[in-house]
Design a protein around this ligand. Structure first.
Ligand SMILES: Cc1ncc(COP(=O)(O)O)c(C=O)c1O
Length: 418
């Protein structure tokens, strides 16, 4: 049984020790060590380039988290960074009034995203999902919300409820992806008071297997929203500019009333958007105050315009689907060789390897052994989060990764037999 050598992460651990005295918990949210495999994964990174990361101890990884989604091209993509630096150097990016780029970007989105007739721009995905709910509530003069998927850290939708009065989320109901009956039942009870149905159009619930829409599911949700007069919002924070240039809505041919975009739109620079039908979006102009000091800063807009230009010019999304499909085929074959309950879900741009749950909970040990072997071999995949493929992953990077997955599964299988 070939156990890969444990990484030296001494500097990461030292920095984390210091951080715990300065920052509650040391590292906030999804980046905290207990969300990975403690003692195996690095905690602090030094730098990155293309699809590679280097941690503070000098370990190098082929990375599949892509900054948790924003890196669609690669780390330190020179053309994008250069466009932003030129903007900062030659014109500036933080001003008293708005620069012209908001118009350019809104125009671009309306060419690409089926639902995008008008757009507003914010900084984070959470800003934008929250704004979309406020717009829907203002437009419909209703309060209730049906939701499906992760929509960020704000009061109405975050999973951990600490510090949030119940009244902030008591009108929000959850339904399961691909479960149209459940939504139908909820709407039969609350439909006439429902402002919005917000959902990820592709199923990527936290910590769980990924799901493509079953035939008729998205169409069914669209029909229910229309029938009850609720605003249908697709949360495409992860999927737009990943599954297609027009998001999952373009890929699957179902158009919502509003869309929320973020992450990969600007290859790492902070910008998000709510884009949608004019009649709904106009509620944002007449009834709402959506404003923040940094929303108009043009670095994100310039980065988004340049990123979209490159995605279009170099057929990046097609490239990711093609090489990703070749890679996933290999991984699927590998998985079928080893009887340890590993499962591959998702599609080429976003994929996830999980382990079938068993009553004795041994799947947890198999999962941890598998991901431990991978990180030790320099493959940065996450035990509790799906991976992404970026433009800068080469076929060779993907071959190395497929080989590491094979070896890691061989290790888990052998250990399982002991
Ligand atoms: C589907 C979805 N919506 C909303 C968000 C929140 O975005 P942010 O983390 O930029 O606030 C995320 C973040 O992972 C997401 O995946």
């Amino acid at each position: 049984m070939r156990d890969a050598k444990k990484l030296n992460i001494a500097e990461s651990l030292a920095l984390f020790g210091e951080a715990t005295k300065l920052i509650p918990g040391g590292v906030l949210g999804a980046r905290k060590p207990s969300d990975f495999i403690e003692g195996e994964y690095p905690i602090f990174l030094e730098c990155g380039k293309g699809c590679r990361l280097t941690d503070v101890d000098g370990n190098e990884y082929i990375d599949f988290l892509c900054g948790y989604g924003p890196i669609i091209l690669g780390y330190r993509e020179e053309e994008v960074d250069e466009a932003v630096m030129k903007q900062i150097r030659d014109k500036g990016f933080c001003f008293t009034l708005t620069q012209r780029y908001q118009n350019h970007l809104a125009k671009k989105l309306s060419e690409l995203v089926p639902s995008a007739e008008m757009s507003i721009f914010l900084k984070t995905g959470s800003d934008a999902t929250t704004a979309s709910i406020r717009i829907a509530r203002a437009y419909t003069s209703r309060i209730k919300v049906m939701r499906c998927g992760y929509h960020g850290w704000h009061d109405w939708c975050v999973e951990m409820k600490g510090g949030i009065p119940e009244k902030f989320y008591e009108d929000v109901y959850e339904f399961r992806y691909n479960n149209l009956n459940q939504l139908e039942e909820l709407m039969a009870r609350h439909g006439d008071q429902t402002a919005a149905i917000i959902m990820t159009p592709f199923g990527h619930p936290n910590h769980q297997k990924m799901e493509e829409p079953q035939p008729g599911f998205l169409e069914g949700v669209r029909e229910i929203a229309t029938r009850y007069g609720a605003v249908l919002i697709f949360d495409e924070v992860r999927t737009n500019f990943r599954l297609s240039m027009g998001g999952a809505q373009k890929l699957y041919g179902v158009t919502p009333d509003l869309s929320v975009l973020g992450k990969s739109m600007a290859n790492g620079y902070a910008i998000s958007a709510v884009s949608g039908k004019t009649k709904v979006m106009m509620a944002a102009a007449s009834k709402l105050f959506i404003s923040s000091t940094f929303f108009p800063n043009s670095d994100g807009y310039v980065a988004a315009l340049k990123t979209i230009e490159i995605l279009d010019r170099e057929n990046v999304i097609e490239n990711i689907w093609e090489k990703g499909n070749r890679f996933l085929k290999k991984v699927r074959n590998t998985i079928s060789k080893y009887p340890v309950g590993a499962e591959l879900t998702g599609v080429a741009p976003m994929f996830y390897i999980t382990f079938q749950k068993d009553a004795a909970e041994t799947h947890r040990r198999r999962r941890d052994d598998f991901y431990t072997q991978l990180i030790r071999k320099g493959i940065f995949l996450h035990p509790h989060h799906h991976g992404y493929i970026s433009y800068r992953h080469t076929d060779q990077d993907l071959d190395v990764t497929a080989q590491a997955i094979d070896e890691a599964l061989a290790y888990v299988t052998e250990k399982n037999q002991k």
